[in-house]
Write a protein of this length. Structure first.
Length: 54
């Protein structure tokens, strides 16, 4: 029976770096979607969106 291999510190650091890059990319994509929805909402409301009475 083979013994379980222990991960080397270098491998763990590489995995952590990949995970961080993936998280940053996902955050940027989600932020971009929020920006797109915001801009589309403002465009749909029209130029008078900021002139409306509250």
């Amino acid at each position: 029976m083979a013994e379980p291999t222990k991960s080397r510190p270098n491998d763990e650091a590489e995995l952590a770096a990949r995970r961080r890059k993936r998280s940053i990319a996902l955050g940027l994509v989600l932020g971009g979607l929020v920006l797109i929805f915001y801009v589309l909402t403002i465009v749909k409301l029209g130029p008078d969106a900021f002139q409306r009475p509250l």
